[in-house]
Structures are given as structure tokens and as C-alpha cells.
Design a protein around this ligand. Structure first.
Ligand SMILES: Cc1ncc(COP(=O)(O)O)c(C=O)c1O
Length: 437
């Protein structure tokens, strides 16, 4: 009955909203069609309640990577409520923006100028606009996911043999994007320094935009080599840390690798769920923001900067990045032990604070669907990816590990054909992003 309910509310959403919602990562079919709750009534810590008040612990995406400090963090809420009471908007500006800019510069001494936006995609578009204005060139080499804007999606418009199948299966992502833009965007695979060298030299590229790290670890000093290459050829290096920022260090993940870009972009965790993104960079490049048109009314809303200031304050005070890394290593250790105990082969990957595993089996996707199906019955939102948060306490994790152990023993029985593959009547989750990194 309840299952029909979830299906029904998603059908209702699709009747009124194109595609049901705004975000790829909140579509139910990515997890489990018809059975995923999809809508929440409230959330606190890592607990999420569905529309009928059923409680789940979120061992999955934690707000698509936004809530490192847990949902509805009371300390941040207090500041935000004050900002609401004193008005989040006026004809004049909020000085919190200036304070936030100063704070981001202090954390990243290589940067001496800042711009703000509210979403990762637009922050990327701003960085690209500034870099194009500064270099007086159009071409960009990319390695990562950088949002929904034309400059980036144009990559897919050209059906070249290299990198024509980015993104998610079955979603047409080139319609509506001017195909003419594709001649400006080139992709390189993570750790492939030779291809980047080729692009910079042969295509005369002056802008490189990449995620510092995602699913693949840097090898052979890759990040340092990218930095040197860009410096040697006077190429503007942009790190997109929308997802990696403020999870594993106070600031960008690039601090861990001791490699500084010319521009860096933050989003997601920066406001712990409140919309705020930042573009920080070197003045000699950022000053070109004055020579182009970059502007939006809601970038001046006060809630974002207030939330970010408090978020950073908590991260700094409580060294939450250390707690997150400890929790991550605990999760990794338990995943390995549970797999070993049940004689199932898994591979763990992802950055330390966004852990993923996959089964070394052709039935990986089926197993992933079964995990979600059985975890939902036990009160967890879970598949094979965890965006680690400080709200993932030991007792919640221990309960999760116990359930995962039980599920793995069922999967082993499926592998051994003791239980039929089709025992659980589920639709397979649609596959994840294809990435260059
Ligand atoms: C590295 C990176 N850049 C940009 C974006 C886009 O951010 P937003 O969804 O806030 O537009 C994302 C979102 O997942 C991301 O991971």
C-alpha cells in the first residue's frame, strides 16, 4: 500500500512539474523506482521523515553533499533565523558578504578576491566568464562535472570519438544547447597529463577547469603536474570544489594536496544546505569580473552568507573534517569486513568523505537495488554511496553495519543461486554518472 503511495506522489509531481523535480540526484529511479520515498516532511541530523512521518536514517547522499554538519543544524539555524527577522533582503547590501569574503581569503592565502553566487552551476559559469575575459580566449579543457550550463554541456554536442557519452544514460543532454559552443570545450581524463598537454599545445587552450579529485585518486603527482603545466603555458587553472570543499579540510581539498589553483569554486557544504556558492581567486584574474557582465539579484540575499559564516565557524572550531575522516575510515573498515565475512568481492572508491563501493560482479546493479530495497524496510536511505556527515553517529552506523551484514549474506545466497535473482520484485536503479574522474 505504502509502495503505491510513493509511486503515486511521484506521479503527481510529474503531472505538475516537468521531470518531477529539479535535480538529477533526487530522482527516485536512481535509487529504486516506485519504492523510494522521494519527498520529506522534516529532517534533522541524519534522520529524514517521509510525508507520512516514517523515519529513515540517511546513509546516502545527505542532501546531495550539502549537509556535512547534519540537517537543520541548530547553531546555523539560529543565525539564519536572526537574519530572517532582521530581513534577508534590502535595497542595501549585507556586510556578512564582506566578512565571508575575508574569511575565505584567510583560509586560502593564495586567493585575494571573491565573488558569490547561489548554485554550483552558476558559480562555474561565473568562473568561466572571468577566465575567458582575463585570457581573452574561449576554449576550455575540463575534467569533471561542472553543472547544467551551456558552456559545459556543449561538450556533448559533438559526437567525437573522445568523450561523447558523458552523463547519465537515457537523458538527452544536448537538446537546447547551441552546438556551435562545442568547439570551445575539450575533455581530458583524470590522471592523463599527456592528453592535457596535447590539448594545451595543439588546441591553444588557456583555461583548465577540473575537480581536484572525485572517484579516482591522483597518481604520479598528477595535480602538481597540472599546476606546473598551467603555470608554464600561462593557463588559468580553475579547481571546481563545489562538492569536495569543506568536507576533508577547512576549505578546499586542494589544501590536502598542497596545490593551489588560480580560481577555486565552493558550493554545497559551504552553507550546510543553505544556498551559497563562492568563487575565490587571484586578483590579477578576478579583476576581469569588472570588465564583463556578471550579476543577479538573489546573490545578495543575506541568508547564504550568514549560514556560510556559521558553517565555517563550526567546521573550524570542531575540526569536523577530522571527525568526518575518522567516520569514513570506520565505514571503509566495516565495508571490507562485511564483504570478507560474506565472501563477496567489492571495490571501494571515491574521495575519503564520499565513499562508494561496487561489487565485482555483473550483478552489481541488481545487488545495489536489493541493498536499497532491504535497507528501506529497515529504516535507512542507502545504496552504495555515503556522503559522510558528522551526524552519522556510532550507534546509527552500528545499526547500519548490522543490516548491511544481513543483506550481504542474502546477496551471497543469490550469488550461489540458493535464492533466485528475481526474488525481490524491484526495478533496477538507473545507472550513475559517467565521469572523466
Ligand atoms: C563538482 C561540481 N560542480 C558543480 C556542480 C553543480 O552544482 P549545482 O548543482 O549546485 O548547480 C556539482 C553538483 O553536483 C558538482 O559536483
Amino acid at each position: 500500500m505504502k509502495n503505491n503511495y510513493y509511486k503515486k506522489i511521484w506521479a503527481t509531481a510529474n503531472k505538475h512539474i516537468e521531470n518531477g523535480n529539479m535535480l538529477l540526484s533526487k530522482r527516485p529511479d536512481i535509487y529504486l523506482s516506485d519504492l523510494w520515498p522521494t519527498y520529506y516532511s522534516k529532517a534533522k541530523g541524519c534522520a529524514v521523515w517521509d510525508l507520512k512521518g516514517k523515519k529513515f536514517f540517511d546513509l546516502s547522499m545527505m542532501g546531495v553533499g550539502t549537509n556535512v554538519l547534519g540537517y537543520s543544524n541548530s547553531e546555523i539555524n539560529k543565525e539564519v533565523k536572526k537574519a530572517v527577522d532582521e530581513s534577508n533582503m534590502s535595497t542595501l547590501n549585507s556586510f556578512h558578504e564582506v566578512e565571508l569574503a575575508k574569511k575565505l581569503k584567510k583560509i586560502h592565502p593564495w586567493a585575494d578576491s571573491v565573488k558569490f553566487a547561489r548554485t554550483g552551476g552558476e558559480a562555474n559559469a561565473i568562473a568561466v566568464r572571468i577566465a575567458r575575459a582575463a585570457s581573452n580566449t574561449d576554449k576550455i579543457a575540463i575534467c569533471g562535472y561542472h553543472g547544467w550550463h551551456d558552456w559545459y554541456l556543449a561538450l556533448n554536442n559533438k559526437n567525437k570519438k573522445e568523450f561523447s557519452t558523458h552523463h547519465i544514460k537515457g537523458i538527452p543532454n544536448k537538446n537546447g544547447v547551441p552546438s556551435v559552443l562545442s568547439k570551445f570545450i575539450f575533455a581530458f581524463n583524470y590522471n592523463d597529463i599527456d592528453h592535457l598537454k596535447y590539448l594545451i599545445k595543439e588546441k591553444k587552450i588557456k583555461i583548465v577547469k577540473m575537480e581536484v579529485e572525485r572517484n579516482i585518486k591522483p597518481k604520479n603527482n598528477f595535480l602538481n603536474k597540472v599546476r606546473s603545466l598551467c603555470s608554464k603555458h600561462k593557463v588559468i587553472l580553475i579547481f571546481d570544489e563545489c562538492t569536495t570543499g569543506f568536507r576533508e579540510t577547512l576549505g578546499g581539498l586542494h589544501k590536502k594536496y598542497k596545490v593551489s589553483p588560480d580560481i577555486c569554486i565552493f558550493g554545497k557544504a559551504l552553507g550546510n544546505g543553505y544556498p551559497i556558492t563562492a568563487i575565490i581567486g587571484k586578483k590579477k584574474i578576478m579583476k576581469y569580473a569588472k570588465n564583463t557582465f556578471i550579476s543577479s539579484t538573489f546573490w545578495t540575499d543575506r541568508i547564504g552568507s550568514v549560514a556560510a559564516l556559521k558553517t565555517i565557524n563550526i567546521i573550524e572550531k570542531e575540526k569536523t573534517y577530522k571527525k568526518i575522516l575518522l567516520t569514513s575510515s570506520e565505514i571503509k573498515k566495516n565495508w571490507i569486513n562485511i564483504a570478507k565475512k560474506n565472501d563477496l568481492e567489492i571495490e571501494i572508491f571515491g574521495i575519503d568523505s564520499i565513499l562508494k563501493f561496487k561489487f565485482k560482479s555483473k550483478d552489481n546493479n541488481l545487488y545495489k537495488g536489493i541493498i536499497t530495497y532491504l535497507m528501506l524496510k529497515k529504516g535507512f536511505l542507502a545504496n552504495t554511496t555515503i556522503y559522510v556527515s558528522i551526524a552519522h553517529t556510532k550507534s546509527i552506523l552500528n545499526k547500519y553495519f548490522r543490516e548491511l551484514d544481513n543483506i550481504f549474506s542474502i546477496l551471497k545466497k543469490i550469488e550461489k543461486k540458493i535464492i533466485p535473482k528475481n526474488k525481490f520484485k524491484i526495478k533496477l536503479p538507473v545507472s550513475d554518472f559517467k565521469r572523466f574522474n
